[in-house]
Design a protein around this ligand. Structure first.
Ligand code: OKP
Ligand code: ZN
Length: 349
């Protein structure tokens, strides 16, 4: 049983696309609602989520993108389509600024892949996933908890300011990080999902205040291919504030641990006072769409090293597709973090 404060809202389950384009054919959508159901069922008490409205979402995402997400499925229906909305034409060559009404054009304009269908409940679920991250953050900022866990399907880290992709629609992680920065915190984001967090990276790429560090499968072999290479280090004022540590398929805890030490060194050097941890359990050896070799017990090791930073940690759930193992893997990671209320720190020794 997990004891760290965990946040989740059942409206997040409204997102249920049927299928995705995968290796040249349609397969069942991997980011299934049963992922969250399994994890949620492993918590004795999930805490309720507050509604912070659209404003914190619009600190990260463009308004026209948010409006697109809200209306895409009904526009799809209005165009006479059934099932989930999905694009098939992407404006990759200097055409992104064209403002077009046709739903197929807008699906291409606001996405970069065909892995991210918009179903009837996608907006509702994404909205509440972002509110879940904000509520879990507030527990830390208000001093109620030292660390907290946001159970956030749909996930976040492939979504950028004006695009969805990789099962991600709103960037919960970036929304919480931005909110924390606006509350005066010095924020570092550590992304340990198997896949590179291209959306989060893009959002903070020129930002000197928010450090983004990611350990992930080498994009030369793995999704999302076009981001996450070691030479991407940030730009402009943000130069040096992005660190990518790509690792080969087959990586086990030894090589992973070395990358983790480097990542934690960067977090320390940034002098962060809050860590946002984008956690994907798809680094697990049995994950059906990923190729690292981490074992369940490795998550406790990883958490222990992160906890040794002695920072408050907002843990935001990203991927993880070995559904039967998911709750145990999440529990193993959370077991490494402080579960007590923050006030316990004040009790004299
Ligand atoms: C989301 B998250 C491989 C298909 C990959 C997209 C993967 C999105 C992962 N043939 N489809 O980072 O766990
Ligand atoms: Zn992933």
């Amino acid at each position: 049983m997990n004891s760290i404060a965990a946040y989740f809202d059942r409206r997040q389950l409204a997102h249920a696309p049927l299928q995705e384009l995968h290796n040249g054919g349609w397969t069942a959508y991997a980011e299934k609602a049963s992922r969250a159901e399994q994890i949620a069922a492993s918590f004795p008490d999930l805490r309720p989520v507050r509604d912070y409205g659209l404003e914190p979402l619009l600190q990260v995402h463009d308004r026209d993108y948010v409006e697109f997400l809200r209306s895409a499925h009904s526009d799809w229906r209005a165009a006479g389509r059934s099932g989930d909305a999905i694009g098939y034409t992407w404006p990759v060559v200097r055409r992104r600024r064209l403002k077009l009404d046709r739903i197929d054009a807008r699906l291409g304009r606001y996405s970069y892949d065909a892995a991210t269908p918009i179903a009837e409940g996608t907006w509702e679920a994404s909205y509440w996933s972002a509110q879940t991250a904000l509520t879990a953050l507030a527990a830390i900022l208000d001093g109620e908890m030292r660390s907290s866990f946001a159970l956030c399907p749909p996930p976040a880290h492939h979504s950028g300011r004006d695009y969805c992709g990789g099962y991600c629609y709103l960037n919960n992680t970036a929304i919480a990080a931005e909110q924390a920065r606006r509350s005066g915190r010095r924020v570092a984001i550590l992304d340990i999902d198997y896949h590179h967090g291209n959306g989060t990276q893009d959002i903070f790429y020129e930002d000197p205040d928010v450090l983004f560090v990611s350990i992930h499968a080498d994009p030369a072999t793995d999704y999302p291919f076009f981001w996450g290479h070691a030479e991407e280090r940030g730009e402009g004022a943000g130069a040096g504030k992005t660190l990518n540590l790509p690792l080969p398929q087959g990586t086990d805890i030894e090589a992973y641990g070395r990358a983790l030490d480097e990542a934690l060194g960067a977090v320390r050097a940034h002098k962060a006072d809050l860590l946002v941890l984008s956690y994907g359990a798809d680094t697990f050896e049995e994950d059906p769409i990923s190729h690292f070799r981490l074992r369940r017990s490795d998550y406790r090791t990883i958490a222990g090293r992160i906890a040794a930073l002695d920072l408050p940690v907002l843990i935001v759930m990203e991927g993880g597709y070995a559904i039967d193992a998911l709750a145990l893997n999440v529990g193993e990671l959370l077991s490494g973090f402080v579960a007590e209320p923050k006030d316990a720190d004040l009790i004299p020794q």
